[in-house]
Structures are given as C-alpha cells and as structure tokens.
Design a binder for this molecule. Sequence first.
Ligand SMILES: Cc1cc2nc3c(=O)[nH]c(=O)nc-3n(C[C@H](O)[C@H](O)[C@H](O)COP(=O)(O)OP(=O)(O)OC[C@H]3O[C@@H](n4cnc5c(N)ncnc54)[C@H](O)[C@@H]3O)c2cc1C
Length: 191
Amino acid sequence: MIVATGSAPSLDIVGNLAQGIQDTPGLAQDNVMSVWDVLEDRRPIGHRVLVVDDGEGGWKGIGLALQLDADGHDVEYVTPLPYAGAKLGPFSADLAVRRIHLSHIATHPFASVTRIDGATVTLSEQGHANTVADVDTVILAGWHRPVTDLYVALKGRGVTVERIGDAIASRTMLEAIHEGERAARRVTSNT
Ligand SMILES: Cc1cc2nc3c(=O)[nH]c(=O)nc-3n(C[C@H](O)[C@H](O)[C@H](O)COP(=O)(O)OP(=O)(O)OC[C@H]3O[C@@H](n4cnc5c(N)ncnc54)[C@H](O)[C@@H]3O)c2cc1C
C-alpha cells in the first residue's frame, strides 16, 4: 500500500531549527496564521503583514506576498536566504525576483523570526537583533510537517505500506511525482 497524505502547517517554524533557533515565543498569538488559513479565508488579514519564509523559499511565501501587495496590503518578507526567490528554479526566479523588486514589498534577507510579542516581531537579521513594529498579521509560509497518522496506523496493524511525497517530508510536487511513479512501478513489478 502507498500512503500519500501530504504535509500540513504546524505551530512552529520548522526552518528555524536549521538556524539554531529551537523555540519561537508568540507563535500561538491570534495574529499569527498559516498560508492555509489565508487560502481558506479562515481569518481576516490586517493591513500590515509580515510573511515569514523559513528557508523553504518556494512560491508559497513569494506568491502570497506578491498577491497581498497587489491587494493593497503593506507587506514585508522575511527569509534566511540571501534574497527572496533564491530557491526558485532559475526560470521562475527571473520572473519572481523582478516582480518583487517592482512591488512595494520590503524584504529582510538573511533573517529569521525569533519572537513575536503582540504587534512587534523580533528578527535575527544578518547576525543582529532587529524589530519590525506595528505588524497586524504574521503569516508563516515555510516548511510544513508530514501528515503521518494513517501511515503509522497501517504499519501498526502490520500492513505493508510505504510513504511518498510530502508524507515523508514537506518538499515540492517534483519529489511527490517522482516518488509516486517509483512506488507505482514497484507495485506493478511485484504483481
Ligand atoms: C501554498 C502552497 C504552494 C505550493 N507551491 C508549489 C509550487 O509552486 N511548486 C511545487 O513544486 N510545489 C509547491 N508546493 C508544494 C506541493 O504542493 C507539495 O509538495 C505537493 O502537493 C506534495 O504532494 P503530495 O501528494 O505528497 O501531498 P498533497 O498534495 O498535500 O496531497 C495529500 C492529500 O492527502 C489527503 N489526506 C491527508 N490525510 C488523509 C487521510 N488520512 N485519508 C485520506 N486522505 C488524506 C490530503 O487532504 C491531501 O489531499 C506548494 C505547497 C503549498 C502549501
């Protein structure tokens, strides 16, 4: 059996671990939400928005930031990468980085969120503490956690099962498709 249950946002900033930040106080505040909260229109978004990439660096955060900017929000974008769009493939990055430069989005490269205290967000930015004040909404747009309940339950019942895609680790469609194809070929060759 093949399980492809994907991944989901969690109440932590997964990529902060790679920056040596184990705990980020303030993530449970009402003004902190995930990209899924935004896409599913679960809560209203304030005017001044901080979009937080944690090194995942894909379209998730950049697409959202560009859309919010186009919708008239005042957007800032935090990333531990050297620039917003650094992890997109070269053809996508050419378009995305240009669009970010042409937008009103203020970017914080080499930066990670270390604390959220009400409307004040503290960053570790290029090795120094920096604060972004008067933030209405913080949107976490980084790595997700794998959804493993079904996989674990099946394994616990002795079912022969393997995981593919984000159910192993939050990545991109390319890995999910590749792993799905390889798993399907194994099933076919075993029958
Ligand atoms: C906002 C956003 C933008 C993204 N943009 C890009 C992009 O531009 N390019 C790119 O390559 N990747 C992008 N990604 C990542 C990409 O979407 C994922 O890597 C990919 O969808 C993973 O595929 P998957 O099949 O493993 O999981 P998913 O596509 O997440 O599918 C898992 C499915 O399993 C279902 N499920 C979960 N538990 C159960 C259960 N117990 N029983 C039955 N069903 C269950 C879920 O509801 C879901 O439908 C983006 C992700 C997000 C969140």
